[in-house]
Design a protein. Structure first.
Length: 246
């Protein structure tokens, strides 16, 4: 397992939300310690919201696929919630190595497979209805998706879920109200999924939202996309659990 020396305190920021640091994150009565080297995203409000939602879900005995594991916070929680096996994907192998490192650092001992791939183009995906994963968990890119159509990764996730999840399995993901909650609910219903909202929270805009004028103009057109209170902008973060048809 590859791991790197990581400083005990944050260094000067280099890149988007990428800080070489060691940090702690609380989830319920569990405090995890994470090493986050340069090039790996720190836990975001979206990721933390998803993490808290995972505490209320049961993954006992499941083989779980996480698309975009990042520093491994969800992988750690999935194992603590009973997952017997994890498949973790990222676009670069060193990020997966770092997630493995954080799993070990937090006392996690489950079978882990790491795959370098891009979003839903996962080795093992199937068109034949015999997908191998019980649940897919993810925090889809949106504001920083790099796509003109910002819902690209959310839509692909919903439309390709049947290739990744066994019949009757689950899709668990977080999205912002600015990504159009009703639209996601309609898409999942059209794909035959039974969906429930398992968690909802709100928080102020992140600093980089104000750096992208095009993004702010687009978000202003989304009904209920955000609220403004005392001069501050707030988004809602919603965590979905969608059950695929059998």
């Amino acid at each position: 397992m590859a791991s790197s020396h990581v400083a005990e305190r944050p260094h000067e920021r280099r890149g988007e939300n990428l800080y070489p640091c060691r940090l702690t994150q609380e989830f319920g009565d569990f405090t995890m310690t994470l090493d986050v080297p340069e090039g790996v995203w720190n836990p975001t409000p979206h990721g933390v919201a998803l993490g808290h939602a995972l505490l209320d879900l049961d993954f006992a005995g499941e083989h779980v696929l996480e698309l975009g594991t990042g520093c491994g916070i969800h992988a750690i929680l999935l194992a603590r919630q009973g997952a017997r096996r994890l498949t973790l994907t990222e676009i670069e192998a060193p990020i997966i190595d770092n997630a493995r490192h954080n799993l070990v650092r937090n006392g996690i001992d489950v079978e882990v497979e790491g795959l370098v791939c891009d979003w839903t183009a996962v080795p093992g995906a199937s068109h034949a209805g015999d997908a191998i994963w019980d649940t897919v968990v993810t925090n889809p890119p949106f504001a920083k998706s790099g796509k003109r159509y910002r819902r690209y990764f959310i839509d692909m996730l919903i439309l390709d879920a049947h290739k990744l999840v066994r019949p009757g399995g689950r899709l668990v993901f977080v999205q912002s109200s600015m990504a159009d909650i009703p639209r996601s609910l309609r898409m999942m219903a059209e794909c035959g999924m039974e969906t429930r909202i398992v968690a909802e929270t709100s928080g102020p805009f992140r600093a980089y939202y104000f750096e992208d004028d095009a993004f702010r103009r687009e978000m202003a057109t989304v009904p209920g996309g955000y609220t403004v209170s005392d001069g501050r902008h707030y988004e809602r973060l919603i965590v979905f659990e969608a059950r695929l048809p059998r």
